[in-house]
Design a protein around this ligand. Structure first.
Ligand SMILES: [Zn+2]
Length: 123
C-alpha cells in the first residue's frame, strides 16, 4: 500500500483554494460522532467512504450546536473564510474510488480534489 501522506492524517477538509484542516483518526471519529456524521451540513456524500461535500454555513451551525471539539474552531474558520459556499472532505484513509458517487456534488468535489491531489502526491 502506498502512503503519500502521514498515516495519522485520515480526514481532510479543503476549500476551493486548497486551504485545509486535516484530522487524525481519533479527531475524525469524535467529530463525526459529535455531529452525527456531519449529516446536517452534507450536500452530497460518497456512499463508499467518508468523502463528502459540505455547505459552509451549515457546517458552522452544526459545529456551534455540537459539543466542543478540539478542532472545531479551525474548521469554523476554514468554513468562514472559504471562497465558495462549499467545503470538500476527503477520506484519506480509504482506497475508495468513489465510483458509486454520482451526482452534481460528486462532480464538483472531484474537480476540486483533483486540483490539489497531484502536488500533494509529490510532496
Ligand atoms: Zn468514496
Amino acid at each position: 500500500m502506498e502512503e503519500e501522506r502521514p498515516v495519522d492524517e485520515v480526514l481532510a477538509f479543503l476549500d476551493e483554494d486548497g486551504a485545509e484542516v486535516v484530522l487524525d483518526e481519533r479527531e475524525a471519529a469524535s467529530l463525526l460522532a459529535l455531529t452525527s456524521g456531519l449529516e446536517g451540513a452534507t450536500v452530497s456524500a460518497c456512499p463508499g467512504c467518508r468523502s463528502r461535500l459540505l455547505a459552509c454555513s451549515a457546517l458552522v451551525d452544526l459545529l456551534d450546536a455540537a459539543p466542543p471539539h478540539g478542532r472545531a474552531e479551525e474548521l469554523v474558520e476554514l468554513a468562514d473564510e472559504a471562497p465558495t459556499r462549499h467545503l470538500y472532505v476527503q477520506d484519506l484513509a480509504s482506497q475508495c474510488r468513489h465510483a458509486k458517487w454520482r451526482d452534481p456534488g460528486a462532480a464538483e468535489w472531484m474537480e476540486v480534489i483533483a486540483e490539489f491531489e497531484e502536488p500533494r502526491g509529490i510532496r
